[in-house]
Design a protein. Structure first.
Lengths: 159, 462
């Protein structure tokens, strides 16, 4: 049985995160992360060993900050113009919950429009959220893209 | 062809007879005229008719990189690949032999393998059940009594690519039954492949770390070796590296190798192959880089193993460049940084680039993990480098549709290029030596023109 209050709080967090990603609010998105951040988007399969297999993104705090530094500058051409983004978060589940952290999964459908082309991205996100006072911080976020085994174009926005 | 407008009329009309285009095809003279000294007609990048001729005369004829032997290490291991538009299976048979087989049932033509990678004893066509073993031999046909006595099962094996040769486990195939050997084709590029392999203390690389598959709306020839673009296309990354010396690729990219003053060069290695030669520049930064490497678990042991195996000079070079030959092998392969790339032409304005990160045998897991993280930092659909390359290629493809003046300029460095003692044409790293090398081979294959063997003659060619 889920604690419905906890589920509601997780949903609010995920919706807020989605809004920050959709609107390219990089600094505010970064504030959602814990110091020991891990942002992981596997490639070729949903489960891989990152020490032996390449990922689309496998970044800790420092590399995430580098990513945002680039995106905030004027010369990240693949985001000039920026992608227009809108995502729907659904199927939110609590996989584990304890006094210090919550593990969740959620599905997303993300519409992206850039240079007259609309692309639909679909995936499942796994969040490990730390309870910090009355707020969550993201310790780990793993995004399993439905098309992680297929050729893809520009994935330079926040996913 | 002195005037752009005249040239355009000649090259874009397909009604026949005009400017060398006959029955919707270009004459060899017309193709030859599209590449001049230092400039190229942009129809070479935008005309679907030319793309069809490229498939036929380049991709379905010359040596095409298929894969690395480590991808099919065990009997039955297979990978699906393409030669131009033609689907093939790279497979190691139960007899241990690696083959490149056309992925097409000998009965009614369906693919016999639809899974991208795996291990199989047999390939079965699910149209009518014909079954082949992993050497390509036809084992059985369904209800054989329906065929006459003269039907020979043995003569209906999967068709092998006409020629398959390998260079140090890099497997190439050609759909032409004769032509230059692979070693002749690789020309001066072969020792550059060595630079990647020999970075492993065991002289073995492993290509089993997965792949980034990227796609862009632009012509395949836009993926070239280009030392003029980094400070513009990758301005955001350069700015990031300037903040921290050891971050990502920054560990092997101290100072600016592309400022035109660094000891960095372009090299035309013959037959369309070209290199951004960063070796001398990386060697300058070996002291800092070796300190960085020593801090990685297993780094010191790696360096010791290399110095124990090779001369001091060779070991230092291999370590300094971190196995990065920065070389393009015409027409479909590049070995850049930690990766092997396959370039698949899908349409005149659409290209797939598959990037296979390479792991080194005989180094610590931490060094290989670091190589993967370095690769991801710059390459792949979500990285800091590749998407900006793709974005600019797409802009070039769109821009080249403006054809009032249809010529693109690749003349940079023509006046200052030289010929090295090995025959390579050498320019400044920002010079368009690689673009000229690519187009010279393009003309040669598209028109069947016999190019001169000596680089000096090539240099004065156009």
């Amino acid at each position: 049985m889920y604690n419905s209050q906890l589920l509601r709080a997780v949903e609010e967090f995920l919706f807020d995160e989605a809004e920050l990603m959709d609107s390219h609010q990089y600094d505010r998105w970064m504030e959602l992360w814990d110091e020991e951040a891990l942002y992981w988007v596997p490639c070729n399969a949903d489960e891989t060993d990152p020490a032996r297999k390449v990922s689309l993104i496998y970044e800790h705090r420092e590399q995430i900050e580098d990513r945002l530094f680039r995106l905030k500058g004027r010369h990240a051409h693949a985001q000039r113009p920026r992608s227009r983004l809108m995502r729907v978060i659904s199927n939110v589940r609590i996989l584990e919950s304890g006094s210090e952290q919550v593990k969740t999964s959620s599905n997303f459908v993300l519409g992206e429009v850039r240079l007259d082309r609309q692309t639909v991205w679909i995936g499942r996100s796994f969040h490990t959220l730390l309870l910090r006072g009355n707020r969550f911080k993201m310790r780990e976020k793993k995004v399993v893209l439905l098309n992680n085994d297929s050729p893809m174009g520009n994935l330079t926005f926040l996913i | 062809m002195a005037n752009g407008a005249i040239a355009m009329n000649g090259f874009t009309g397909l009604d026949g007879g005009v400017g060398g285009v006959l029955n919707g095809r270009y004459s060899e003279e017309a193709l030859n005229a599209m590449v001049e000294r230092g400039r190229v007609h942009s129809a070479v990048y935008t005309d679907p008719v030319i793309f069809e001729i490229e498939l036929e005369r380049i991709f379905h004829r010359t040596w095409i990189y298929i894969g690395h032997a480590s991808e099919v290490a065990n009997a039955g291991d297979f990978r699906l690949r393409n030669i131009g538009r033609q689907p093939v299976i790279l497979v190691r048979g139960n007899d241990g032999v690696v083959r490149v087989l056309m992925n097409r049932c000998r009965h009614r033509g369906a693919v016999v393998c639809e899974v991208e990678a795996g291990r199989e004893k047999v390939f079965r066509c699910w149209f009518h059940g014909w079954t082949y073993d992993n050497t390509g031999r036809l084992l059985s046909v369904t209800a054989p009594e329906g065929y006459g006595e003269d039907f020979s099962v043995e003569e209906h094996s999967l068709t092998p690519a006409p020629r398959v040769e390998s260079y140090r486990d890099f497997i190439f195939a050609s759909l032409a039954s004769d032509g230059p050997s692979l070693r002749e084709h690789l020309a001066l590029a072969a020792p550059m492949i060595d630079l990647m392999i020999d970075a492993s203390p065991e002289r073995q690389i492993e290509v089993d770390a997965g792949a980034h598959k990227t796609i862009y709306k632009g012509n395949w020839k836009l993926v070239g070796m280009d030392g003029y673009h980094p400070n513009f296309v990758h301005a955001s990354v350069v700015a990031m590296w300037q903040r921290k010396a050891d971050a990502g690729m920054g560990a092997t990219h101290r100072s600016d190798p592309f400022d035109g003053k660094a000891p960095t060069y372009t090299r035309d290695l013959g037959n369309g192959h070209a290199m951004l030669d960063l070796r001398a520049h990386r060697l300058l930064h070996y002291p800092q880089y070796s300190k960085f490497l020593a801090g990685v678990p297993g780094g010191k042991e790696y360096m010791d193993a290399m110095f124990a195996r090779d001369s001091e000079e060779r070991a230092r070079l291999l370590l300094a460049i971190a196995g990065d030959p920065h070389t393009g092998i015409f027409p479909n392969m590049q070995i850049i940084h930690n990766q092997i790339r396959i370039i698949n032409p899908l349409a005149v304005g659409e290209t797939e680039v598959v990037m296979f990160p390479v792991l080194l045998k005989g180094v610590s897991p931490q060094i290989n993990a670091l190589r993967l993280r370095q690769h991801e930092s710059f390459y792949g659909p979500a990285a800091s480098g590749s998407p900006d390359d793709a974005e600019i290629f797409e802009r070039a493809q769109r821009g080249m549709m403006a054809q009032v003046n249809p010529w693109i300029d690749i003349s940079r460095g023509l006046a200052r290029e030289t010929v090295d003692s090995d025959g390579a044409i050498v320019g400044n790293v920002t010079d368009e030596v690689p673009q000229r090398a690519q187009m010279r081979q393009w003309v040669r294959l598209m028109t069947g023109a016999e190019s001169s063997k000596s680089a000096a003659a090539r240099a004065s060619g156009y």
